[in-house]
Ligand binder design. Structure first.
Ligand code: GN1
Ligand code: MG
Length: 366
């Protein structure tokens, strides 16, 4: 249970959405960016979020993106004959505020939104092959529902989000300026990041050349961004839609492998266990390719292991960059948190690179 001040704050936010009788306020510590709370109310269980406006600099456009994307998916599900009841468990629903928008700003200029909590579901940071297949299907189907979404109507919420070459250039600057004098504490990891200079720009250049098709994708497919039905184990709903933007299918495949197919989850300190589990990789692929359907191209298929490497390498580099920059981006709980996260991810990236041919072979005949 949260303190009195937090309960009052959340109740006050909710009242701006016409929601009353707020109780059982609980902070959720899963994401690294937004502030998230769960609460019960006269309108059911809620997810109340403060949007991190340091990172998402245009929250009104971000909410426009989310409303357009969720309405598009709802419409397609209706056309498929899926019942309204099932759709309301499968697609995030946001409450309109009294101001007619899907967010409010408080006295401190912070942006808040509220969505419905989907009962009977939970998330996992790691899982079994069955869970990976379910998550894969949910993310794949999400992408397939958006295959005809007009990409040009979306605002790019974070420009260059998965442009690994741009992130590499930023990283080099952070190493050079070493603003909090931490570079000497992580020379081995800095070397590791720099050693992949040639590979860093590979996916972006394949997008630029047209070898890889641009699609509307989720862009943040951590395995805990799929709600799983606690009774049936089925993937129910894809959440965290803040970064839905154009990109390549490889990013969504890759980020899910990074977070879900590692022998240990992202925050682990068991560094010798940051290896990709082939059973989990294969299980995710099975669900994902079924969800995406026939539209996947040969080049995409052949580069799935590169996608898994790139997303793992990129986030490892981002954690290390944030460590070198004084922990200004990701929420951290202790001073070496970003360093530990970076170490785990860079070890996993190395392992994926080493196994990339066998990973490709795993999915050849599915
Ligand atoms: C952030 O906040 P969360 O957990 O959804 C980050 C992702 C990273 C992830 C690493 C907007 O996601 O890109 O992969 O942390 N989101 C943003 O855990 O930067
Ligand atoms: Mg996110």
């Amino acid at each position: 249970m949260e303190n009195k001040e937090t309960i009052l704050k959340i109740s006050d936010i909710a009242s701006n959405f016409g929601i009353n009788e707020v109780k059982n306020v609980e902070a959720c510590h899963i994401g690294h960016i937004n502030g998230t709370f769960f609460a019960d109310s006269d309108r059911g269980r809620l997810v109340v979020q403060k949007i991190n406006k340091g990172i998402f600099t245009d929250p009104p456009s971000l909410m426009d993106n989310i409303m357009a994307v969720t309405q598009h998916i709802q419409k397609k599900m209706l056309e498929e004959g899926i019942s309204e009841q099932e759709i309301s468990r499968s697609v995030l629903e946001f409450f309109p505020a009294k101001n007619g928008k899907y967010y409010i700003t408080d006295n401190d200029g912070e942006f808040w939104r509220i969505s419905k909590f989907i009962d009977g579901t939970r998330t996992y940071d790691s899982g079994t092959p069955a869970l990976l297949t379910e998550s894969g299907y949910s993310f794949g189907r999400f992408q397939s529902y958006l295959s005809d979404f007009p990409a040009e109507t979306l605002t790019e919420t974070i420009p260059f989000f998965h442009d690994t070459a741009v992130r590499f250039a930023h990283f080099e600057k952070s190493v050079a300026s070493d603003v909090v004098s931490r570079a000497s504490k992580c020379e081995d990891l800095i070397e590791k990041v720099l050693s992949y200079k040639e590979t860093a720009g590979k996916i972006v250049s394949m997008l630029t050349s047209g070898e890889l098709p641009l699609r509307v994708i989720h862009n943040d497919t951590k395995i805990n961004n799929v709600l799983i039905d606690t009774a049936t184990g089925k993937g129910i709903c894809v959440v965290d839609l803040d970064t839905v933007m154009p990109g390549t299918l490889l990013y969504d495949f890759g980020d899910a492998i990074r977070s879900g197919a590692s022998a240990v989850p992202e925050g682990s300190l068991e560094f010798d266990k940051f290896v990709v589990r082939e059973d989990l990789y294969k299980a995710f692929y099975e669900g994902f390719s079924r969800g995406v359907g026939k539209s996947i191209t040969k080049t995409e298929e052949e580069n799935l292991p590169l996608g898994a490497f790139m997303m793992t390498y990129e986030v490892g580099m981002r954690f290390l960059d944030d460590y070198l920059s004084g922990d200004t981006y990701f929420h951290t709980e202790y001073s070496e948190h970003n360093l530990d996260r970076a170490r785990g991810q860079l070890l996993l990236a190395d392992d994926i690179m080493k196994k990339k041919d066998s990973l490709l072979a795993l999915t050849k005949n599915i």
